[in-house]
Design a binder for this molecule. Structure first.
Ligand SMILES: NC(=O)c1ccc[n+]([C@@H]2O[C@H](COP(=O)([O-])OP(=O)(O)OC[C@H]3O[C@@H](n4cnc5c(N)ncnc54)[C@H](OP(=O)(O)O)[C@@H]3O)[C@@H](O)[C@H]2O)c1
Length: 298
């Protein structure tokens, strides 16, 4: 994680103020031996203040859960957003705390709830918020003729409006940091019967580029476009085998490979506005295999 020497200094100074009961500057403290904090205390303060926090949306289960655990291993404290999965969120939070990182869960329905208020709630709990991972998503089939207005609103509400509003609030409230949007490799396929979902995800990829320019240089904004990583539980093995046959690397991806993409985008400080596909080349191949054009039972 990036060193933050200025923040370290300021918080050490503030600690000295609190510990002494008065507003004593660091150099004055040094002149008064009684006011000097022990080396152990200084080290503890340095460790705590070096910790940045990440908000992971949809972080209770599946891919979002993996991102939250991965970021905790990288040293972030975690603000874990969830919608319905309260029990899973609690379990994930307990695992993160067990790893030695702070974690708090935050409920919010991105269709009807106070999305921007989520950033305020997170910052109240984690003032060092420095990373937003927009992973929450909803996924419903339907071509243009079939798509009802309500479905359009839900798909856009969760997959685009919520990341937009979170980006806006993050951009206003965070001085320096990163945003990672999780899109989908199927944004590269044109013939796909998930019209509302895909249009929202394509727009999220555009938002990534737009926000990268608007929020630079303080905030870098990138996206990851996963391929088949964790298929929906109901997918049949025949369908998955057919799907893998359309992937140049001929296999399913692993969540750890998404973690490597996340690490790259966080570590490479000259990368912004990028959409990194992690899909075994499926998007380059443009075979476009999916449940709607599978000849059997998907
Ligand atoms: N899995 C894959 O192989 C794959 C492939 C391509 C792209 N992706 C993308 O990667 C990301 C994570 O994938 P995933 O499969 O783990 O996603 P997922 O299981 O479909 O959904 C992630 C989370 O989104 C939250 N969510 C749904 N509706 C919500 C709402 N109205 N308000 C707030 N949160 C809501 C849910 O939280 P609760 O459970 O708490 O309700 C859910 O756990 C998604 O953006 C997805 O599009 C995944």
């Amino acid at each position: 994680m990036r060193p933050t020497p200025l923040r370290r200094w300021v918080i050490c100074w503030a600690w000295t103020c609190r510990a002494d009961g008065g507003c004593v500057c660091w150099w004055r403290t040094a002149a008064d031996a009684r006011c000097l904090p022990s080396l152990a205390v200084i080290q503890e303060v340095l460790l705590v203040t070096d910790r940045q926090a990440a908000l992971v949306t949809g972080g209770a289960t599946r891919v979002g859960r993996f991102f939250a655990l991965h970021l905790a291993r990288r040293g972030y404290d975690i603000a874990l957003h969830y919608h319905h999965s309260a029990a899973a969120a609690g379990e994930t939070a307990a695992t993160i705390r067990h790893q030695g990182r702070d974690c708090e869960t935050f409920a919010c329905d991105f269709r009807t709830g106070d999305v921007e208020g989520l950033i305020e709630r997170v910052i109240a709990r984690f003032p060092a918020l420095a990373l937003l991972v927009n992973s929450a998503s909803t996924y419903a089939p339907g071509d243009i003729r079939e798509t009802a207005r309500e479905q359009l609103e839900t798909q856009f509400g969760v997959n685009l409006f919520a990341p937009f509003l979170l980006t806006r609030a993050f951009g206003r409230r965070v001085d320096a940091g990163e945003i990672i949007n999780i899109v989908d490799n199927k944004i590269a396929f044109e013939q796909h019967a998930y019209a509302a979902y895909l249009l929202a995800k394509k727009s999220l990829a555009e938002l990534t580029r737009m926000a990268a320019i608007e929020l630079a240089p303080a905030i870098r904004v990138n996206a990851i476009a996963p391929g088949v990583i964790l298929p929906a539980a109901q997918r049949t093995s025949d369908y998955l085998a057919w799907r893998y046959a359309g992937i140049p690397l001929a296999r399913q991806g692993e969540v750890e490979e998404l973690g490597q993409a996340l690490d790259y985008l966080l570590d490479n400080r000259f990368a912004t506005g990028q959409v990194l596909f992690v899909d075994g080349g499926e998007s380059v191949n443009r075979v476009g295999r999916h449940s709607e054009n599978y000849p059997g039972r998907s």
